[in-house]
Design a protein around this ligand. Structure first.
Ligand code: GS8
Length: 219
């Protein structure tokens, strides 16, 4: 039975899973969830899809999953042999470094970039306003994180080494939206980060997921 992914393609966490599905060439069906109408907060959704009332929610046969990063681990392991080996579990050191950079994304990179993108793009789309002080404070935080990335990427082509791994596409979604704002300078002013972004953002799987990522207007 084909995996059913409940969500909306412009949603960042759904896009994280789509990037992995496209990269792995996996079969799936995207089932739209009407987030503005609150479909993801309805009792039936909470009971059968995601108890936290969030997207993405994939259902693969009798297996219901949540948390985009854990979902992607499952997709890569399930499709091992037919898709690219984005986790390298047969190589202790390489898989350890992939794990490290997936954690860095989740623990260091995600929070400040999430805050900037929510302030400038996603919040206003849902009727909110932008707090410039929050943007600036998080831009400062993200700059420090990206300095570490720039150093790392001066030594290897991708985050975990000279090979594309799951750690790289986990960065695509928020960076995609950041690049539509004036804070794109945070990426563009760091030559190694910029070269990495140019590379990963132009992969066919990434292009496909980015095509569905828009909150209208210039975003
Ligand atoms: C976060 C899911 C999430 O925040 C993951 O899957 O990685 N850690 C989880 N989903 C958002 C949309 S993506 O930004 C969501 O469902 N928001 C609506 C809401 O919480 O009401």
């Amino acid at each position: 039975m084909e995996l059913k992914l409940y969500g909306a393609p412009m949603s960042t966490c759904v896009a994280r899973v789509l990037a992995c599905l496209y990269e792995m060439g996996a079969d799936f069906e995207l089932v739209p969830v009407n987030v503005p109408a609150g479909e993801h907060k309805q009792p039936s959704y909470l009971a059968t899809k995601n108890p936290f009332g969030q997207i993405p929610a994939p259902i693969d046969g009798d297996l219901t999953l949540l948390e985009s990063r854990a979902i992607n681990r499952y997709i890569v392991i399930k499709n091992k042999g037919t898709g690219p080996d984005l986790l390298r579990l047969d190589n202790l050191k390489e898989s350890a470094l992939i794990g490290v950079w997936m954690e860095v994304e989740s623990q260091m990179f995600n929070q400040p970039i999430w805050a900037i993108v929510h302030q400038i793009i996603i919040g206003p789309f849902f009727g909110g306003t932008t707090d410039d002080q929050v943007v600036e404070a998080n831009a400062e935080k993200l700059a420090k994180v990206l300095d570490v990335y720039d150093e790392r990427l001066s030594k290897s082509k991708y985050l975990a080494g000279d090979f594309y791994s799951l750690a790289d596409p986990h960065h695509i979604l928020y960076t995609h939206y950041l690049m539509k704002t004036a804070k794109a300078l945070l990426i563009n002013s760091r030559s190694h980060v910029k070269a990495w972004w140019d590379d990963i953002s132009s992969r066919p799987a990434t292009k496909k997921v980015r095509e569905g990522m828009s909150f209208g207007g210039n975003a």
